[in-house]
Design a protein around this ligand. Structure first.
Ligand SMILES: NC(=O)c1ccc[n+]([C@@H]2O[C@H](COP(=O)([O-])OP(=O)(O)OC[C@H]3O[C@@H](n4cnc5c(N)ncnc54)[C@H](O)[C@@H]3O)[C@@H](O)[C@H]2O)c1
Length: 277
């Protein structure tokens, strides 16, 4: 199927190989969309050097998408800045003439600490990217989509941590629960413009971020190895495996398709049945 021929998708935080953002763009590239790869592209004080999508990595993600036949633009954006999000939306329109689908995917989940050891600046770093970044991103996308008058789709990559609490991840869990509130509120306001707003809530996927969580939680929960921790995760999942980037990408593709025109304000679990509410 090439359901997104002639449409343009922007995915924030999509400049890391093996990341969910890359998987989402791969799916949309295969379905004919013009793709905007976007990420920080430079070191940031809130992240380790190995944890960000660098300019080289963004270009590598873009090259792979081009090899699939997609038209691709690379536009850096720091989602903590409203101006940067506005520039991303404008850059997408400049490159391809339209902005149809915007995915708030940029996120950090590296700060894993007991509540009492979590500092105010760590709290703010996570909320600033995961939640405030989605707020700025949605504003920029909605402004452009309303001006074009053709409707559009906003998709927020939340998490299983948007539905359940997780230990040692208070800022992350709060940010992802907050994304669901943002989704619902924006869905009500933007429906009149033909814009749907939905969240996708994946369970664990072993991306760069996911690998760091595996290391931390396997130790916290007393597993001898990461492999043993992942084996336990598999056993507990009704579908017998952790998530894949392609699972999240498929949910995004459906939400962005014409079939989902009457679906808005939802927070869709993509968790193999691990999360059911
Ligand atoms: N991997 C999982 O298990 C999992 C599960 C549920 C939800 N998620 C969510 O999926 C999204 C993608 O995560 P991932 O697992 O692919 O990890 P990832 O680290 O590969 O991707 C996150 C991206 O966000 C970018 N980023 C960080 N700060 C930014 C900023 N200020 N501006 C722009 N980009 C910024 C990073 O550079 C990185 O490329 C995140 O929102 C994450 O919370 C991940």
């Amino acid at each position: 199927m090439r359901r997104f021929e002639g449409k343009t998708i922007v995915v924030t935080g999509s400049g890391r190989e093996k990341g969910l953002g890359q998987a989402i763009l791969q799916r949309f590239a295969d379905e004919g969309a013009n793709c905007v790869v976007s990420d920080l592209g430079r070191p940031a004080e809130h992240m380790g050097a190995g944890d960000i999508g660098t300019t080289d990595e963004m270009e590598a993600v873009a090259a792979e998408l081009r090899a699939r036949g997609a038209q691709v633009a690379v536009i850096p954006c720091d989602v903590r800045s409203e101006e940067s999000c506005e520039a991303l939306a404008a850059g997408a329109i400049q490159a391809f003439g339209s902005l149809d689908i915007w995915v708030n995917n940029a996120g950090i989940g590296y700060i894993m600490k007991p509540l009492l050891d979590t500092s105010a600046s760590e709290w703010e770093a996570v909320i600033g990217v995961n939640l405030t970044g989605a707020f700025y991103g949605t504003k920029a996308a909605a402004r452009a989509m309303i001006a074009a008058g053709k409707g559009g789709r906003v998709i927020n990559i939340a998490s299983q941590a948007a539905k359940s609490g997780f230990p040692h991840m208070a800022p992350y869990t709060a940010s992802k629960h907050g994304m669901v509130g943002l989704t619902r509120s924006n869905a009500i306001e933007l429906g009149q413009h033909g814009i749907t707003v939905n969240a996708v809530c994946p369970n664990h996927v072993t991306t760069g971020l996911g690998a760091r969580q595996n290391e931390y939680f396997s130790k916290l929960l007393g597993f001898d190895t990461v492999a043993a921790y992942l084996e336990n995760m598999k056993r507990k999942n009704p579908m017998g495996r952790p998530g894949l980037g392609s699972d999240t990408a498929a949910a995004c593709a459906w939400l962005a398709s014409d079939d989902a025109i009457y679906v808005t304000g939802e927070a869709l679990n993509v968790s193999g049945g691990e999360e059911m509410h």
